[in-house]
Design a protein around this ligand. Sequence first.
Ligand code: PEP
Length: 236
Amino acid sequence: MLIAGNWKMFKGPEETREFCRRLRTADLGTADVVVSPPYVSLAEAVQGLAGTEIAVAAQSVHWAANGAFTGEISAQMLLELGVSGAIVGHSERRQYFGETDESVVRRTVAALERGLRVIACVGETETEREAGETEAVLKRQVGALADVVGAADGLVIAYEPVWAIGTGKTATPQMAQEAHEIVKMTLDLAVLYGGSVKAENARDLAAQPDVDGALVGGASLDVESFIAICREATAL
Ligand code: PEP
């Protein structure tokens, strides 16, 4: 069970240091744990979690090694810091920063080639779900990865219905299970669920046969809440 905390644009180096000091000694059940701080706090997280099994991932990664790409970061730079993975294609990047299925594939290919692990995010909007387009959207988004990358080592998919991210609305365990089955039909990989996961719902979501972990946003920012999610998700 992989539990990843996406910190989004929260926590500078000082808060990261405090968080990691607590996390490194916590009982996390049997969870494989990843934290994903903002770029400026990655080095602090790598140092703060050194000697533990907890991995550190960036929130995106560019496909080029170097170049005139203002504001971007390459896989080589992340590896130099000791970062072992990256989230790619989060819906906030698709919604606010023009990320497309094509750019998600490019980022994923480059990151995997250079040895980073990747959590690639997919998911439908509320309008798409209401229009009965969930399956088509997932097949398109996951299909783009399947066509170019396939079921590569180091790649994990996160199913994150956009309407459930940061809204307090969670997909029911049944909805998550159905969506994960669709994802796995297209690409046979581990699939994390994301969208308002918290300690109170983590166990029921994790109990679904095709839920292989969680990508947690808001509830991963408080260290005790994140620890509780790791334990709940692996309690069965
Ligand atoms: C996310 O940012 O990936 C996410 C799932 O956020 P939240 O848990 O806050 O809904």
